[in-house]
Ligand binder design. Structure first.
Ligand code: COA
Length: 388
């Protein structure tokens, strides 16, 4: 295996983008990444695109071919592959593209992630998202994502004394970070009282404990590390990548407060990178609900199991804390166009490691981690990156 670097990133604004189509969004993010990397379109060997459910959200399948066409590559006939792993589709697309360059098969690949979720009404969006849960055991009986994560939150509160306020403080922090991010869906700070008093979605999670329904796209250019300096002074190397799975329904798990897909994927990535969790300077984690960030920082080894709530109280996850989490605003404030999320997380870490994250820059960030979860933890991808 050879080393692989990210040499370019592109990201659209996230939000309710009713004036832009699916194909416009991916073309916009793609052209930004190509300009950022300085490559020419002729040098691209393959495209990988993460998208969870374009067929249901916008009635469009055959996403690989569509993206090649919309990006102007159809006449070059280069391979274009769609990757799906529910909300981890983007992270997995990166991992597949990474393998193709690491193996020597390709030198330069473009990774895209996209979802356009707001063209359907809210209840339909919930139904489509619930296709990532177990249809026979969960969704058929009315389970939704907020419902499933609410059960996890209730158990975490029971087992570890995590409080409603600690959950809400995750949202306060991520909204504060999102307010500094020009790409974020919600560029506004939120007070603790607003989060606590928001309409209840699934107890104990209120509306402001949830990530929103979003449109958006993100892209990366991956290149063989030995050739990366030809294009950029600031390549960022992928030093570890892990992926793992778990039971699709929650009831099959040993412990619903631990996502073993995260612990296994993280172990794989840390081993490849040859580092401990304490070496990570900044992380973008999958905070689809406030409880999910608490689980993530525990399962990634940043704090002990059960201490995720206290970590929020102790402010170790703020921008200037010991381990800044979700400087972009996370899924909570930046938005969560599901197929785009895993790619956008890496775009944010690349900006952080290049020192280009402006007002949300984490000081002296050298090593960053991304954590992208599929549905309620049945799949997970963890990537670790380092400035070269
Ligand atoms: N965070 C902050 N603000 C939100 C929000 C959220 N999650 N969801 C909606 N809003 C805002 C909207 O921008 C809108 O503000 P405006 O009136 O200023 O325009 C207002 O709240 C009402 O929005 P609306 O779209 O009517 O909300 P809704 O009740 O239909 O949806 C949720 C709210 C929480 C149910 C919805 O966002 C949701 O289902 N989130 C979870 C998505 C999910 O499961 N993703 C996959 C996870 S793995």
């Amino acid at each position: 295996m050879r080393d692989v670097a990210v040499i370019g990133v592109g990201i659209t604004k996230f939000g309710e983008l009713w004036d832009k189509s699916f194909r416009q969004l991916i073309a916009e993010a793609g052209s930004q990444a190509i300009i950022d990397s300085g490559i020419s379109g002729k040098e691209i060997d393959a495209l990988y695109v993460g998208s969870m459910s374009a067929g249901r959200f916008v009635g469009q399948e055959h996403v690989g071919a569509l993206v090649a066409d919309a990006s102007g590559f159809s006449q070059m006939h280069i391979p274009s592959i769609r990757v799906e792993s529910a909300c981890a589709s983007g992270g997995l697309a990166v991992r597949q593209g990474y393998f193709s360059v690491a193996s020597g098969m390709n030198d330069i690949v473009v990774i895209g992630g996209i979802e356009k979720m707001t063209d359907v009404v809210g209840t339909e969006a919930s139904n489509i998202l619930a296709t990532g849960l177990d249809q026979e055991w969960e969704a058929f009986f009315g389970a939704t994502f907020p419902g499933i994560y609410a059960m996890i939150a209730t158990r975490h509160m029971h087992d570890f004394g995590t409080t409603r306020e600690q959950l809400a403080q995750v949202a306060v922090k991520n909204h504060a970070n999102g307010a500094l991010n020009p790409y974020a869906q919600f560029k506004r700070e939120m007070k603790l009282e607003s989060i606590l008093n928001a309409p209840m979605v699934a107890s104990p999670l209120g509306m402001l404990d949830c990530s929103p329904v979003s449109d958006g796209a993100a892209t990366l250019i991956l290149c063989a590390a030995e050739k990366a300096k030809k294009y950029t002074d600031k390549p960022v190397k992928i030093i570890g990548s892990g992926q793992a799975s778990d039971t699709l329904p929650l009831h099959g798990r040993n412990d619903i407060c631990t996502f073993e897909s995260t612990t296994y994927a993280a172990r794989m990535a840390y081993k490849q990178a040859n580092i401990e969790p304490s070496k990570i300077d900044v992380a973008e984690v999958h905070d689809c609900f406030t409880i999910a960030e608490i689980l993530a920082i525990e399962d990634l080894g940043f704090v002990k199991k059960g201490d995720g709530g206290k970590a929020i109280d102790n402010k170790i996850t703020t921008l200037d804390g010991k381990i800044p989490i979700n400087p972009s605003g996370g899924l909570k404030a930046k938005g969560h166009p599901v197929g785009a999320t895993g790619v956008a997380q890496i775009a944010e870490i690349v900006l952080q490691l290049r020192g280009e994250a402006d007002k949300r820059q984490v000081k002296d960030a050298k090593i960053g981690l991304t954590h992208n979860v599929g549905a309620s933890g049945a799949s997970c991808v963890v990537n670790i990156l380092e400035a070269m």
